[in-house]
Ligand binder design. Structure first.
Ligand code: GCO
Ligand code: MN
Ligand code: MN
Length: 389
């Protein structure tokens, strides 16, 4: 069905090899789909109309591959990219699947594990650079604990910082055109993970040697798992120039890590997120880090992928409609109007402003009587989203 919600390259929609390629294993059950090769998964990603494909080192190259096998896979993958026109906007390291990472990677207590994690990541950065990835993601899947008896959290912060400083210097040394994006998550697979939210991560970044090279990769599900408003975290990252990448999916609050199709659970939050990204002209990749239901075959997996992009594009269209809607916009205008010219009282500190603000009489009771009309505004938004406006 050809319609105006078909994805285009300029939409910058991306799927990871691990998303459409997921075989549907969960903690209670075995795989439900056959494993596909990275080349087959990339073709499927191109087939549904996405622009790019992201990868972990081991999504492409098995951890024990010989140098000859590595070269063969890389050349096959280069061919598929050339054939399909797919780009690789982001690459990352798998620092969580292999048993060696059971106590973390950069924050593990055993220095051999930490050193191996650094070595593995250096190789994976080279791999990302070979495929021209401009963003390198660090998701600390195992960087956490089940018991705080295991580790001093301050040591964990210092170890993490040391590793990231090392990688920034390496990227500079190699003159790679690459920035780093840190992805927070509060828990799963560890009981508790360090740098649990966007806010933690933003504060941590400022303590690095090269904060200008490092931003965040926020994910809807991760902030929802922490019970937070995703848009607020994304907006904070954006406002300080740190929104380098984004992982879109959906998640019910208070549940296990669900990785649902984008917009599937909370369409209103998804709407305000898309509206924000489009309004501020975020020009990075829109990466769907989600999984098809375990009930699906590969046709269902494609339906899932198409659904993520379609929902994004429909919400983008709705955002344009919201921005043009006269009634909505007159309410927005009214609620931001400068009553009694009070905005002149606000701003940077100065003796004049101080004197003015001190000298003003505020009619507290009168001001508090004002109705804000947020109920009407929200219902108009609901009408619009539900398609009756
Ligand atoms: C998760 C994470 C991962 C990361 C990926 C890229 O919850 O498992 O979201 O999918 O995003 O490892 O770093
Ligand atoms: Mn996730
Ligand atoms: Mn993610």
């Amino acid at each position: 069905m050809l319609d105006r919600f078909q994805p285009k390259p300029e939409d910058k929609f991306v799927f990871g090899l691990w998303t459409l390629g997921s075989v549907g294993r969960d903690p209670f059950g075995e795989p439900v789909r056959d494993r596909k090769s990275p080349m087959e998964i990339a073709r499927m990603i191109a087939d549904i109309g996405a622009w790019g494909v992201n990868l972990h080192d081991n999504d492409l190259i098995p951890i024990d591959a010989s140098p000859t096998e590595q070269d063969h896979i890389k050349s096959e993958f280069h061919k598929v990219l050339a054939e399909t026109g797919l780009v690789v906007p982001m690459a990352t390291t798998n620092l969580f699947t292999d048993p060696i990472f059971k106590d973390g990677a950069f924050t593990a207590n055993d220095p051999r594990v930490r050193a191996y994690a650094v070595q593995k990541t250096l190789n994976a950065i080279d791999l990302g650079a070979e495929f021209n990835a401009k963003i390198y993601v660090f998701w600390g899947g195992r960087e956490g604990v089940e018991t705080d008896a295991a580790k001093n959290p301050v040591d964990a912060i210092k170890r993490n910082r040391e590793a990231l400083n090392f990688f920034c210097e390496y990227i500079l040394d190699k003159k790679y055109d690459m920035k780093i994006a840190l992805e927070p998550k509060p828990n799963e697979p560890r009981g508790d993970m360090y740098n649990a939210t966007i806010g933690h991560m933003l504060a941590f970044i400022e303590t690095l040697d090269h904060p200008e090279m490092v931003g965040v990769n926020p994910e809807t599900a991760h902030e929802h798992m922490a019970g937070l408003n995703f848009l607020h975290g994304v907006a904070q990252a954006w406002e300080c120039g740190k929104l380098f990448h984004i992982d879109l999916n959906d998640q019910r609050f208070g549940r296990y890590d669900q990785d649902f199709r984008f917009g599937m659970v909370d369409i209103k939050s998804a709407f305000f997120l898309v509206k924000f990204l489009e309004d501020v002209k975020y020009d990075g990749a829109r990466h769907f880090d989600a999984h098809a239901f375990r009930t699906e075959d590969y046709e269902g997996v494609k339906d899932f992928g198409r659904g993520c992009m379609r929902t994004y594009l429909i919400l983008k269209d709705k955002a344009e409609q919201w921005n043009k809607d006269r009634e909505i916009q007159s309410l927005v205008e009214e609620l931001n109007s400068d009553k009694d010219g009070a905005s002149a009282l606000l701003g940077t500190y100065s003796p004049e402003r101080l004197a003015k603000i001190r000298a003003t009489n505020f009619d507290r009771i009168e001001i508090a009587k004002r109705g804000m009309a947020y109920e009407r505004l929200d219902q108009l938004t609901m009408d619009l989203l539900m398609g009756v406006r």
